[in-house]
Design a protein around this ligand. Structure first.
Ligand code: 5GP
Length: 212
């Protein structure tokens, strides 16, 4: 709630970065500091990895079910990534934003571009690895994909880094704590943007947006 009693709309935050860059770990760190952020659990047709739970990491669905969701217009955006579908539920996101809750999306560059198109005020952040060698090392140490899939993910990472110049912010993931800290600072600065603070001026000088 703002000082003038108007309900604040939630912030839509989009975080992208190449597979293996450490997004999930940075997100976990971020959410432990900002427990008020709602993390949007995506829908995917990919198989769960060891340790992943349905409804927690992803909502795992069949290709048929995913295609039904596309046809029924249930997705804010979706993309095909290394042979699997990934998508974001429109209904859930809309409900949270309207309740004034900030929503975090972990989506790829295709999805981020679609979100920005539909919602220009979304804050887009791209997490980059310190180097491609480091990314390759992280993908190998994860031990979840075979060499062919790792090569595809590295190839996709090169393409994604090329497209990252469209994002509002680029954050290097040197360490989890520093990357999460930088993202928190970005979110704080975003809250201080003049259009979002005009109600303070209203409170001081009266009138709408500080104008007599
Ligand atoms: P992974 O298979 O490593 O979990 O994810 C592969 C890629 O899909 C990552 O870049 C991740 O950000 C992206 N991704 C996850 N959920 C979504 C989604 O709902 N929409 C889009 N467009 N990409 C997603």
């Amino acid at each position: 709630m703002t000082p003038t009693g108007k309900k604040r709309r939630g912030e839509l935050i989009v975080l992208s970065g190449p597979s293996g860059v450490g997004k999930s770990t940075v997100i976990a760190e971020l959410l432990s500091s900002r427990r008020d952020i709602y993390f949007s659990v995506s829908f995917t047709t990919r198989q769960p990895r060891t340790g992943e739970a349905d409804g927690v990491n992803y909502n795992f669905v069949s290709r048929q079910e995913f295609q039904r969701m596309i046809a029924d217009g249930e997705l804010l955006e979706f993309a095909e990534f290394v042979g699997n579908y990934y998508g974001t539920s429109l209904k859930v996101i809309r409900e949270q934003l309207e309740r004034g809750i900030d929503v975090l999306l972990d989506i790829d560059v295709q999805g981020a571009a679609k979100v920005k198109e539909r919602c220009a005020e979304a804050v887009t952040i791209f997490l980059i690895p310190p180097s491609l060698e480091e990314l390759s090392r992280r993908l190998h140490s994860r031990n979840t994909d075979n060499e062919e899939v790792i090569e595809q993910r590295l190839q996709r990472a090169r393409e994604e880094c090329r497209e990252s110049t469209h994002y509002d912010y680029l954050v290097v993931n040197e360490t989890v704590v520093s990357a999460a800290g930088t993202i928190l600072s970005i979110l704080e600065a975003e809250q201080c943007r003049t259009p979002k603070r005009l109600y303070f001026i209203d409170g001081i000088v009266g009138g709408k947006n500080g104008q007599e």
